[in-house]
Design a protein around this ligand. Structure first.
Ligand code: AMP
Ligand code: MG
Length: 409
């Protein structure tokens, strides 16, 4: 069977996935979601011209020559309407940060540069027009398009929405992602392992990755290597989930039934691919009619399952969640040691630890054993190095890396 490039396999799965139907949600709940409607401001922010300092609101002409002694005609705390207060010639108003700048005043002198006395203030620093004043609308003007469809909502976005008086916003929902492991050899939890049995690590790892990526993990348990049982689990789960992940059972073993089940439930939508990548070669995919729920048949080996998720499931789930940027950051790095390999027609993804040197360049070295069952080296990695087909990369050469955890660079 011909190998399919990572790019072609990725394009195929992406073309089979759709954005989820937007939902209206409270603004705090919306953080991390992608905006599904443009947001316009109906009012300026700040809503009125106000002081950025504690001090005295003055007419700048009156303080051209300092020291200048002015009569204090009022006190303006934040939150108070200045009413009829006007700052006239030779006058000043005590003003706090965020208070309305009264008519007549065109500057604020910082309190640190003044000397107060009963009913008067002496200003020791000349200020030009506009000094220490924040104009109405200088953050956001009324009528502006504040955020476009596709904006990824950060905490600052939520603050802006709140400052505009919005309580709810239309966003793409987080996909609910069902995760099922397949394999008669799998057990869970503590206790003596019978010979031949292993503990299921893919399901907890995939549930955790789904959660980290901002989707909603749904634990579907573990299915035996028996096509009817797996078909029943997947069929039911497709009703309540937006996407499904299976692991194991996509190779050419006698008891690899995931492909058969996807063909049975997905009909002509089912594909079984041999991807030109290592780890992560076998991969099955289908959508289930009538809902179109995508099902990702990830390989069973623990590293392959997570790498295949990274390459195919994660970008698809991000697309469903409305993201415009589907991929992890890709950066150029310098290999600290040889990353040698044999030509085999496949891209090799090497688990590496990357760290940024003081001059800003990234350096990478393998994080441990590179076989597809050696999950420990993936736990120690913060990036995958893309070593193209050929003889590999020698120490000192540049290699492209996909950053898995930017927080540890
Ligand atoms: P398979 O493709 O089902 O033959 O699985 C390939 C390898 O991955 C076998 O050694 C399996 O035992 C192992 N494997 C499959 N599923 C899991 C799992 N959920 N957790 C840990 N290892 C697994
Ligand atoms: Mg299996």
């Amino acid at each position: 069977m011909a190998l399919v490039s990572v790019e072609d396999a990725r394009s195929f799965v992406l073309s089979s996935c759709r954005r989820l139907e937007p939902v209206r949600t409270s603004i705090v709940e919306a953080v991390g979601h992608v905006l599904a409607e443009a947001v316009r401001s109906s009012e300026p922010v700040p809503p009125f011209t106000n002081s950025s300092m504690d001090g005295y609101a003055v007419r700048s002409r009156d303080v051209k020559d300092v020291p200048a002694r002015l009569r204090v005609t009022g006190v303006l705390p934040a939150g108070v309407d200045p009413g009829r207060l006007v700052v006239g010639e030779g006058e000043a108003a005590r003003i706090m940060t965020g208070a309305v700048v009264p008519p007549g005043a065109d500057a604020v002198c910082m309190v640190e540069h003044t000397r107060g006395e009963e009913g008067f203030v002496t200003i020791d620093e000349a200020v030009g027009p506009g000094t220490n004043i924040r104009n109405a609308g200088d953050d956001i003007a009324a009528g502006d398009e504040v955020f476009a469809v596709g904006a990824l909502l950060s905490a600052a976005h939520i603050g802006v929405l709140a400052s505009l008086g919005l309580e709810e916003v239309l966003v793409f929902p987080r996909p609910r992602v069902g995760v099922v492991s397949t394999g008669d050899e799998l057990t869970n939890g503590p206790g003596q392992l019978a010979l031949g049995k292993i503990r299921d690590s893919n399901r907890p790892a995939l549930l955790a990755q789904v959660k980290l990526d901002g989707f909603v993990p749904v634990d579907l348990g573990h299915a035996p290597d028996e096509p009817d049982a797996l078909a029943k689990t997947l069929q039911e789960a497709a009703q309540e989930c937006d996407a499904l992940l299976t692991s194991g059972g996509v190779s050419v073993g006698e008891r690899d039934f995931v492909r058969t089940v996807l063909e049975k439930l997905g009909g002509q939508h089912a594909r079984w691919l041999q991807v030109a990548v290592r780890p992560g070669k076998p991969f099955a995919f289908s959508t289930f009619p009538p809902s179109g729920t995508p099902v990702f048949g990830l390989p069973g080996n623990p590293v392959s399952a997570l790498v295949s998720y990274e390459l195919f499931a994660r970008p698809s789930l991000r697309l469903m969640a409305g993201h415009e940027n589907l991929d992890r950051p890709r950066l150029a790095a310098r290999a600290e040691v040889d990353l040698l390999r044999q030509p085999d027609g496949r891209l090799h993804l090497v688990r590496v630890h990357a760290n940024a040197s003081t001059d800003g360049t990234l350096h990478v070295r393998p994080s441990g054993g590179q076989s597809s069952h050696q999950l420990h080296a993936l736990a120690s990695a913060n990036a995958l190095a893309f070593v193209p087909d050929g003889e590999g990369v020698v120490a000192g050469e540049i290699v492209e890396v996909m950053v898995l955890d930017a927080g540890t660079l």
